[in-house]
Design a protein around this ligand. Structure first.
Ligand SMILES: NC(=O)c1ccc[n+]([C@@H]2O[C@H](COP(=O)([O-])OP(=O)(O)OC[C@H]3O[C@@H](n4cnc5c(N)ncnc54)[C@H](OP(=O)(O)O)[C@@H]3O)[C@@H](O)[C@H]2O)c1
Length: 308
């Protein structure tokens, strides 16, 4: 480095003498052929033609995420369970870039059948899996009154299903070509409930904690045995302005009480983070991270003045 600096200052002194200060600088730098800045500063996600599976694509966050991936040129398998209708607009807007796939992801055979159909399709093996599907219980029930049926249903719908999707995704990658494996990535959707807990929703909070910590952190170590550059990350949203979230205003108030940004996220704000983490160009060295997309939330609101 010292050498280069000495050469520049010597060169400048000599050229200034002949061409004047500004002309000298121009000539010297031309001689050194400094790296040029790209003419466009827009960021390339390099997701063009990458096969992305979005589970729960018929829901609020999944739909916005699927739309964003289509816009970025990815080939999107948009999974749904009971509702194809919300996906119809995307199917019309992005012909040939989006294929819908139905599956009840808590059923092992249903997940396997979906991946079998996908593997026979034109998009090739799934490279980016966005494990986004999930349910939020309609009733607030403290653990003391929680039935085993509700617990089992929630855990199998949110957590066991996520394990099944990740497992089939890994199996699909085993024999994939190196260029397919190179862009492999999994993004799981957790929740602030998984970090702070959620009174009345222990089943949901437990399913998200398991996804965010045990599953994400184990998968990021295992996936590299199959695809050396593959990455696994998790995004944990706070409240998002989707129909599901806005059902319960009391809950939103309680959550925003500790959130400096004092607002819920939009589905697009979550989708943007998913795209950033999915891109092996932008996040190629990012794995095993739990990104809180929560407006700076510090926890849940526990006590009102009268409780103290
Ligand atoms: N919205 C929020 O405020 C918020 C906050 C934190 C975390 N999250 C998480 O973000 C994710 C998406 O949330 P969202 O608000 O977009 O939810 P949403 O609108 O209710 O959509 C949920 C999606 O999950 C699918 N799904 C439900 N049960 C399924 C099953 N058994 N098998 C397969 N798919 C199933 C639904 O499919 P069908 O509709 O086709 O049946 C739907 O596509 C969830 O994991 C959620 O826990 C959401």
């Amino acid at each position: 480095m010292a050498n280069v600096c000495t050469r520049i200052s010597h060169g400048l002194r000599t050229l200034s003498w002949v061409y004047g200060a500004r002309g000298a600088r121009r000539r010297l730098y031309r001689g050194f052929s400094l790296p040029r800045l790209p003419s466009s500063r827009s960021m390339d996600f390099a997701l063009e033609g990458v096969h992305v599976l979005v589970t729960g694509a018929s829901g609020g966050i999944g739909l916005e995420t699927s739309r964003l991936f289509c816009t970025l040129g990815a080939n999107v398998t948009a999974h749904y369970n009971t509702q194809l209708e919300p996906l119809k607009e995307l199917l019309e807007t992005f012909p040939g870039k989006l294929q819908p796939e139905q599956a009840d992801l808590k059923q092992e055979t249903s997940v396997q059948a979906m991946f079998a159909r996908i593997s026979k399709g034109t998009f090739g093996p799934v490279q980016v899996a966005v494990v986004n599907h999930g349910i939020w219980p309609s009733e607030c029930v403290p653990v003391v009154d929680l039935t085993l049926d509700r617990w089992d249903h929630l855990i199998s719908t949110n957590l066991t299903s996520s394990f099944l999707v990740c497992r089939e995704n890994l199996r699909g990658l085993v024999n994939a070509e190196p260029k397919v494996k190179d862009k492999a990535s999994i993004v799981l959707i957790g929740s602030t409930s998984g970090k702070y807990g959620e009174a009345g929703y222990a089943d949901y909070a437990a399913s998200k904690s398991a996804m965010m910590y045990g599953l994400t952190l184990t998968l990021k170590n295992e996936i590299v045995k199959i695809a050396p550059n593959a990455r696994v990350n998790c995004i944990a949203p706070g409240w998002v302005s989707t129909e599901t979230a806005l059902r319960d205003f009391e809950m939103i108030y309680r959550s925003l009480a500790t959130t400096p940004l004092k607002k819920t996220a939009t589905a697009l704000e979550i989708a943007n983070q998913v795209a950033v983490l999915s891109s092996s160009t932008i996040s190629g060295h990012v794995t095993g991270q739990i990104i809180m997309v929560d407006g700076g939330m510090e926890g849940t609101f526990l006590n009102k003045p009268e409780d103290l």
